[in-house]
Ligand binder design. Structure first.
Ligand SMILES: *Cc1c(COP(=O)(O)O)cnc(C)c1O
Length: 301
């Protein structure tokens, strides 16, 4: 089963110019190197789901995502590698007329794309709707949007095994919060874990993590929602500037949807002295680089 990672994650210290004099150290856990498409956290969210589908002898997997979903393309690529048929339920009928590079890639991996209205997509967690989909597509194994289920969270606990105990603060970007909860539950309770939401109104994620994070660990876990840059998938010149500057300083490519917004948040929090000066911070590069295709001409990498 464990064949996807073609490179082990590793920790890379950032250039000191980036964090001095505010904190003691700032390192990055490079999950983005695991695989070019099934990258970052996506592999950890998928692996136990795929194992379950193998064990239960499913022939196909079905999952959900928008036109820029890293999860959808990761699921398509992984399904192909493990010999599953794959079906992607895509939010928005219009997405069919202007296929994003993410969706083209999904199709390239053999994923059958089914475009549905926003109203229909909103039913993606309703039992009756799932039953309907199951009948229509010949009983595939259904993985929720973003791999957000128990198997996904358990898989993300493995991410904590790459983190040694010298770190006081762990930072990562959040979509469904699945990776955040897995990592937070697997680390010692006193470690501060900060999440950065890339969408408008991401505060609701604080309620989601309430449900899944063990209550004795909840106190020092927080999701910030100030750095959305206009909303999910939206970006500004300032954000592109940060991505290029970060690459120049650290030789690490960030993605435009998630990790660049996290680093923008951390940069500002450093200046605002949100972190104590003896903090040893580890930020997690959760991947997503395939999503940069649409802004490639603005990037120096
Ligand atoms: C999917 C994704 C996330 C969000 O992960 P969740 O587990 O849904 O919170 C964060 N970063 C990147 C690069 C992603 O592709």
């Amino acid at each position: 089963m464990d064949t996807i990672p073609n490179r082990e994650p590793f920790i890379q210290p950032l250039n000191a110019d980036w964090y001095r004099p505010y904190v003691a150290s700032l390192d990055m856990l490079r999950l983005d190197v695991v695989h070019p498409v099934v990258s970052g956290n996506k592999w950890y969210k998928l692996k136990h789901n795929l194992q379950h589908a193998i064990d239960e002898e499913y022939k196909a997997i079905l999952t959900f995502g928008g036109a820029y979903s890293n999860h959808l393309v990761a699921a398509a690529a992984a399904a192909k590698q493990y010999g599953f048929k794959s079906i992607g339920i895509v939010r928005g009928i219009y997405a069919q007329d202007s296929m994003t590079s993410t969706l083209q890639e999904c199709a390239g991996y053999g994923m059958e794309l089914q475009f549905v209205s926003r109203e229909e997509y909103a039913m993606k967690e309703e039992g009756n709707y799932l039953l309907q989909l199951s009948r229509r597509f010949d009983t595939p194994y259904i993985i929720p949007e973003g791999g957000a289920n128990e198997y996904g969270r358990i898989g993300c606990e493995e991410i904590a095994s790459f983190i040694d105990d010298k770190y006081t603060h762990i930072c990562l970007s959040v979509g469904t919060g699945t990776s955040f909860c897995g990592v937070a539950n697997a680390l010692p309770g006193e470690v501060e874990v900060y999440g950065y939401a890339p969408m408008k109104g991401g505060d609701y994620l604080n309620e989601i993590i309430d449900v899944y994070i063990e209550s004795d660990r909840r106190a020092n876990k927080h999701i910030y929602s100030d750095w959305h840059f206009g909303g999910f998938g939206k970006y500004t010149d300032e954000l592109i500037g940060l991505m290029n500057e970060f690459y120049r300083t650290n030789a690490i490519p960030l993605d435009m949807v998630y990790t660049s917004k996290m680093m923008a948040g951390i940069q500002q929090q450093l200046q605002q002295q949100v972190f104590p000066t003896d903090a040893r911070i580890l930020c997690i590069h959760t991947g997503g680089l395939q999503g940069n295709a649409s802004i490639q001409q603005s990037l120096i990498y």
